[in-house]
Design a protein around this ligand. Structure first.
Ligand SMILES: *Cc1c(COP(=O)(O)O)cnc(C)c1O
Length: 426
């Protein structure tokens, strides 16, 4: 599952112990395991190799340049949702023709920048956007290769905030309208409208929603081809699961086992946009206990990480397993599940220093006793952890470290107070 484990009572990332990293780089600290990251990518690439699929890593899930470069070296393509993310991929010399630009609200500046570098694909979400992309491309004397995002109206059974493939969300065009959109735009100068894109939500821990949406997508492609359109590609999106609460995510091979037969031999380039399934389990958030206190019958562990470092619990009610790095009495968790409850444990909430009652990282957990100064690890935070961080309460952003075997390298320095004010003017 990953390369974070307890040896002699101390949590390690690969062969480096986390207290050493905390001493060297300070806390709060994001720690990534290179081996875990590459294992997850390789498993994905291998599972979908029979389709010769283009694996476009979702940059918004984990955007550190060192991480992007590692993935690029392994053969990953990229999925970006902003001009800023495009900049990051260009910084690591990614091939622009293997980059997909997605998102419901691309600005003219972003569209122009993407066309100028020769972006591979635009995933376009509406007729108004198609019209705009066509106009800008024609003006630049370019042709934008476009996949229309269609909404397969499939319920992925995930959080309402991360459900994107149902009819009533803001994403994509309804299946019934898609045929008309292709009719209206197929001969528009500046456009090569030749693919469809679907992304149903995230995380999707069952395979059935993919089977259902791909089935609907293929039916549409058959109709479009019947109408005389040349359809080259299907992009099946991301949202594949990661392990947050034990081992709930199907392996890449299980998704592929059902998906590959549907798409093989269809004369389509297949693109995927996995993010969390590659990055989530490759990172942890390491934090230090500032204080403990009791309030009523509840114990609070106040740590130096907050919603500024990890907003997922507050934003989506996401579960992240948390445990002391050097648990007292050798209380090593048998697995990383919500229901772990060892003898001698105390019921706690783990909260941060930010002035919001929504500032919590974990609620109602049975943890071995924790004292001031103890390190606590928040697991499975490699995706949508650092990338969603903020400077709220004027908190400098955390540092990021990449571990490779017995070596640790700083891949983002901790921000300083100067970084907080440098863009401002009197
Ligand atoms: C966020 C997003 C992804 C990545 O989702 P993961 O859950 O990280 O795999 C892929 N495609 C689109 C369009 C997205 O918005």
């Amino acid at each position: 599952m990953d390369h974070f484990s307890y040896h002699d009572g101390v949590l390690h990332c690969e062969s480096v112990d986390l207290p050493t990293l905390a001493d060297q780089f300070g806390t709060p600290l994001y720690v990534y395991s290179k081996k875990t990251l590459l294992d997850h990518y390789d498993r994905f690439a291998l599972a979908f190799a029979p389709l010769d699929a283009v694996i476009c890593f979702s940059v918004k899930s984990c955007h550190n340049l060192s991480i992007l470069r590692l993935l690029k070296e392994c053969g990953a393509a990229f999925d970006v949702v902003s001009g800023g993310e495009l900049k990051r991929t260009l910084e690591v010399d990614a091939d622009p023709s293997r980059i997909v630009f997605a998102g419901v609200g691309k600005t003219d500046t972003e569209i122009r920048a993407a066309l100028e570098v020769g972006i591979g694909w635009f995933n376009v979400e509406s007729e108004a956007e198609l019209d705009n992309v066509a106009t800008i491309a024609a003006k630049l004397g370019k042709v934008a290769r476009v996949a229309l995002r269609v909404n397969p109206d499939v319920d992925p059974k995930t959080h309402v905030y991360t459900t994107t493939g149902k009819r009533e969300t803001k994403f994509g065009v309804d299946l019934e309208r898609a045929r008309q959109v292709f009719k209206d735009f197929h001969s528009r100068p500046g456009l090569e409208l030749c693919g469809i894109h679907m992304h149903i939500g995230s995380p999707v821990n069952t395979i059935e929603p993919y089977v259902a949406s791909i089935g609907k997508g293929l039916t549409l492609i058959d109709e479009l081809r019947g109408d005389g359109h040349r359809i080259k590609a299907i992009n099946i999106g991301g949202g594949f699961g990661a392990h947050y609460d034990g081992g709930e995510a199907p392996p890449a091979s299980a998704y592929a086992e059902r998906i590959v037969p549907l798409l093989r031999g269809r004369g389509l380039t297949v693109l995927l946009e996995p993010g969390r399934s590659i990055a989530a389990n490759a990172g942890v958030l390491l934090t230090r206990t500032l204080y403990t206190k009791a309030s009523g019958d509840r114990q609070f562990i106040i740590v130096d990480a907050a919603i500024t470092e990890l907003i997922r619990p507050a934003l989506y009610g996401s579960f992240h397993f948390a445990w002391p790095v050097e648990p007292k009495d050798g209380a090593i968790p048998p697995d990383r599940r919500a229901d772990v409850h060892l003898a001698g444990s105390v019921l706690v909430d783990i909260v941060g220093p930010v002035c919001e009652s929504g500032d919590f990282l974990a609620k109602d957990r049975w943890l071995p006793p924790v004292s001031r100064g103890d390190f606590v690890c928040i697991f499975s935070t490699g995706a949508y952890g650092f990338t969603m961080s903020s400077q709220y309460n004027s908190r400098p952003r955390a540092a990021e470290v990449l571990v490779d075997g017995g070596a640790a390298r700083l891949i983002r320095r901790r921000e300083k107070y100067d970084d907080l004010v440098t863009a401002e003017r009197f």
